[in-house]
Every structure is written in structure tokens, then in C-alpha cells.
Write a protein that binds this ligand. Structure first.
Ligand code: GLP
Length: 243
């Protein structure tokens, strides 16, 4: 695993954007695996700037997102489809027809079948990842077992707590989500994790020991041949990690 320590959130966003830019310039018709959350927002902002000001061209790019809440319409301002449009797709020249965010409403079994079919066909060149405070990737929550393909997850209480900040009240936070499985994530050619904020426990498990455990899905990053972690210096310092 390659670890890059960024002095600030903005520097991390720019370094992560460099990695995406290199791929998009070398392979204009690449497939990006994308993530939501506050961690990649700065990178998306920087990519939008590079598209507008420096001609970074997304017109042939395809994307597939990690996950979506069950029960939120794509027009809901906390749905991940809304998030992606608002933070990235509306600001770059990607063809929205080539972007896929799983549907969280309607017939969930049918939606999962479609999600799995899309994933079986997609050859993800790079998967962007944030990490939950409990170590989840996408919405693959810690547990006795992890899953290979796209599936429905019951969100952990700690995930509901962490995501309450985006909703009017805790009761409004969805209890279920659909997510890529760990297998889908691990089959991406490259993984790019952005980790900052209050993620000490997950960061420690990822960077400060050799264990790989289903009780911290983020530790599976260690098994990937081409994984890059961009960590903010303040978090690296907190856990005592040095390059
Ligand atoms: C949600 C998403 C995850 C994301 C996590 C962390 O739970 N499903 O994919 O990594 O939030 O979010 P943040 O980056 O805001 O801390």
C-alpha cells in the first residue's frame, strides 16, 4: 500500500485529483468507481476546476458509485445520486447517461440485480473510497462476514449517528443501504482512499498493524496490489503514523 501524507485537506484533495487526472488523460474512456461523503468533496471540487480551467475531459468517462441509501428518491437532497450530481457531475462534462448510482427506492431486489449486472460488466479502473468511523467501505459494515457482490446492508448504529449530521433528525436517517460488495471493490484495478477527520480507529487498524479483519473492512485495502491511501497529516499525527 502506498501512503501519501497531505499537510491539509486541500492538499490531499489536490494530490488525489492528480491520480484521477493521470488516469483520465491516459485513458479517456476509463471507468471511475466513485464515493460520497465529505472526504472526496475537495477532490471533486478540484476535478471540476481542472475540467473548466484546464480542459480535463470527462466526455468519454463512465462511472459507477459505491452505494445508495434505501428509501431516498434520487431527487432527495441526501441521496447519493443527488450528492454526485451536486458535487461533481453538474460541474464536469461527463455524460450523465454514463454515470450509475444504484436506485434506493422501488423494488430493491430488482435494483440489486441491475446493480450486480452493471458491476459484472464494469471494469473499474480506479475506485475512490472514504472510510466510515467504524471502518466501513461503501456501506460494507463490520461483522462476522463481508460480502462479494452488491447487496443490502443494515446500517450500524454508529453509521446512523455519524450520518445524522446531514438530516433534520436521527429518525430521518435511512436504516438500510445498497452497496457494492467487498469483492466488487477489491476487483477495481486501483484503490484510492482518502482518510481524514475523526477516523483514528480505522486509520490505526489500517496503518499501524498488520491485521486484516472483517471487523474493520478498511483493512482489506492491505490485500490490494495497487492501493493508495491519502491521509491528512493531523490524523496521521494523532495515530503516530510516519511515512
Ligand atoms: C458514508 C458512505 C461511505 C463514506 C462514509 C464516510 O457512510 N457510505 O462511503 O466513506 O460515509 O464519510 P465522510 O467522508 O463524510 O466521513
Amino acid at each position: 500500500m502506498k501512503v501519501i501524507i497531505a499537510d491539509t485537506y486541500e492538499q490531499g484533495a489536490s494530490l488525489a485529483a492528480d491520480i484521477i487526472e493521470e488516469l483520465v488523460r491516459n485513458k479517456p474512456d476509463c471507468t471511475l468507481g466513485l464515493a460520497t461523503g465529505s472526504s472526496p468533496v475537495g477532490m471533486y471540487k478540484e476535478l471540476a476546476r481542472r475540467c473548466k480551467e484546464e480542459g480535463l475531459d470527462f466526455s468519454k468517462v463512465t462511472s459507477v458509485n459505491l452505494d445508495e441509501y434505501v428509501g431516498l428518491e434520487p431527487t432527495h437532497d441526501q441521496s447519493y445520486r443527488f450528492f454526485m450530481n451536486d458535487n461533481l457531475f453538474d460541474h464536469i462534462n461527463i455524460d450523465k447517461k454514463n454515470t450509475y448510482v444504484a436506485k434506493g427506492t422501488g423494488d430493491i431486489e430488482a435494483n440489486l440485480k441491475e446493480f450486480n449486472e452493471i458491476l459484472d460488466k464494469a471494469d473499474i479502473d480506479i475506485q475512490v473510497l472514504g472510510v466510515g468511523p467504524d471502518g466501513h467501505l461503501g456501506f460494507n459494515e463490520p461483522g462476522e462476514a463481508l460480502y462479494d457482490g452488491a447487496h443490502k446492508e443494515v446500517l450500524d448504529e454508529s453509521t446512523i449517528d455519524a450520518n445524522t449530521r446531514f438530516f433534520a433528525s436521527r429518525d430521518d436517517v435511512p436504516r438500510y443501504a445498497v452497496t457494492m460488495g467487498m469483492g466488487n471493490i477489491m476487483r477495481a484495478k486501483k484503490l484510492l482512499m482518502i482518510i481524514n477527520g475523526n477516523k483514528e480507529d480505522a486509520a490505526r487498524q489500517l496503518l499501524m498493524n498488520d491485521r486484516i479483519t472483517t471487523s474493520c473492512p478498511a483493512t482489506f485495502m492491505k490485500l490490494h496490489r495497487d492501493a493508495v491511501v491519502v491521509i491528512e497529516k493531523s490524523l496521521a499525527d494523532k495515530i503516530g503514523y510516519k511515512a
